[in-house]
Ligand binder design. Structure first.
Ligand SMILES: [Zn+2]
Length: 48
């Protein structure tokens, strides 16, 4: 079993934090490139 990691579609960084929008709904904010959007890449990472 792996755990899911969300990564930024622009820079590939996993350094995303969730931002709750009021009207627009949920979205994510990338700390690295300042990408903001609802679309993120979800990958599976295996635990060691
Ligand atoms: Zn990014």
């Amino acid at each position: 079993m792996g755990r899911r990691v969300l990564t930024c579609p622009q820079c590939g960084s996993p350094d995303l934090y969730y931002e709750a929008g009021m009207i627009t709904g949920k979205k994510y904010h990338c700390k690295r490139c300042d990408y903001i959007g609802a679309f993120v890449i979800e990958i599976e990472e295996e635990d060691e």
